[in-house]
Design a protein around this ligand. Structure first.
Ligand SMILES: [Zn+2]
Length: 408
């Protein structure tokens, strides 16, 4: 039976299973593994045929055998090397140095964490959350270290609230390879410096970036100018329209005091007409027959939305946008006059979208997946954990090669 388990664990001489202890009440199976060699190669200097100094007892958790926790126990030899005079513990073929899980179990943990909350994975394997996080941190970092960003040319930068209204992360996405490149705390111009350094550490070059898609915030624009000097900025249409929605809502809230019916119309004015409910259709038809400021504000918002919805060539978009700016400047609605000034100031970058075709839509999609992962885990304790999960599920990291050909 020991031979059978030696094969099941993928072990080869001088390692073999010498005892299998099935502890049914404790719900576990303990495999005792031995290294039968009398002399070994020194792991520190590579000198062959060195004596064994002593053996230290160590344990690893392995994949469950059905419902039973599987533990591998071994007295691992330390080589007392005559050449380099160091005492060095030899590696074991089933786990990386310092790990408490076998490599097979670590691969399984990674696969589970892509689909399940970390606390659920910890519960399933009967270990603490901390141990799962350590495995994730190690392998996410190792996999990211192998990533090559030399070809990155077109990116988006997007701010995300990490926890409600308190802390912010910035997500940098590769819009060609459709992957998360870099996630970090903060949302300032300095955030771009961290990005440029991370890019360089992966063989990329921030100066080689040709296009950056942004919201209209000043910090990211400053960061782009400084660290991606050769990039054209495209402003994300969703963020531009969001500013019009905010202006519309300001107008409506001011007018609610005179016209109480406007209180209930908010979602109708913000939503796409295609998604209106029966009641919202009636409300919006009523609004459009009035001379209310909110009705004018809604038409302005729709017109701006249409500039993007129609798409088309940059020349057409330019004419539509300039027409919109003229209308908004003389509309006598303060929030829209202000918005007209903002849009005029960012006009080139807004129009650049029609040339580059870029948006932050991919980042929005990524954010949806991260939010879903957050919801499953009822919020990750720290930004660092949230960032690790973001890389795990959105960075298209290669975890495959390191497991290949390794027994365990
Ligand atoms: Zn040595």
């Amino acid at each position: 039976m020991e031979t059978l388990f030696t094969q099941a664990l993928g072990l080869a001489a001088p390692w073999r299973v010498v005892n299998v202890d099935f502890q049914q009440a404790a719900g576990r199976i303990v495999f005792t593994v031995e290294n039968t060699a009398k002399r070994l190669t020194c792991p520190a200097c590579g000198a062959a045929d060195q004596p064994i100094h002593d053996r230290l007892s160590r344990r690893w958790q392995h994949l469950h055998f059905f419902q039973y926790r599987a533990i591998i126990g071994a007295n691992v030899p330390r080589v007392g090397c005559r050449e380099c005079e160091k005492t060095t513990q030899v590696g074991v073929p089933w786990a990386r140095a310092g790990a408490g899980f076998t490599e097979t179990l670590e691969a399984f943990v990674i696969a589970l964490c892509m689909q399940m909350p970390v606390d659920a994975v910890a519960q399933l394997l009967g270990v603490s959350d901390d141990r799962i996080w350590r495995v994730l941190d190690f392998h996410v970092n190792a996999a990211r270290a192998r990533e090559d960003y030399a070809e990155v040319r077109r990116i988006s930068a997007d701010e995300r609230s990490a926890r409600k209204g308190q802390r912010f992360l910035t997500l940098f996405c590769d819009l060609d390879a459709r992957r998360l490149l870099f996630a970090t705390q903060g949302r300032t111009a300095a955030t771009f410096k961290a990005f440029a350094e991370d890019l360089a550490a992966h063989g990329g070059d921030a100066e080689a970036i040709t296009d950056v898609s942004l919201d209209l915030g000043a910090a990211y624009q400053a960061g782009t100018r400084e660290h991606c000097p050769n990039a054209k900025v495209s402003f994300d249409p969703f963020h531009v329209v969001a500013l019009a929605n905010a202006a519309l809502d300001q107008v409506r809230r001011a007018e609610v005091k005179q016209v109480g019916d406007l209180k209930h119309i908010r979602w109708g004015t913000l939503k796409d007409a295609a998604n209106w409910t029966r009641a919202q259709i009636d409300q919006m038809h009523w609004l459009q027959r009035t001379n209310l400021q909110t009705a004018r504000a809604w038409r302005l918002k729709q017109a701006l939305r249409d500039v993007f919805a129609r798409g088309g060539m940059i020349e057409q978009a330019e004419a539509l946008l300039d027409g919109w700016i003229r209308w908004a400047r003389r509309c006598r609605l303060t929030p829209f006059k202000r918005l007209a000034a903002t849009i005029k100031k960012h006009r080139d970058g807004i129009l650049e979208h029609f040339r580059s075709g870029l948006s932050n839509g991919f980042a929005e999609g990524i954010n949806g997946r991260i939010q879903a992962a957050k919801a499953r885990a009822r919020g990750y304790g720290t930004d660092r954990h949230l960032i690790a999960i973001s890389y795990l599920i959105c960075a298209k990291l290669g975890f495959g090669e390191q497991w290949n050909g390794k027994p365990g």
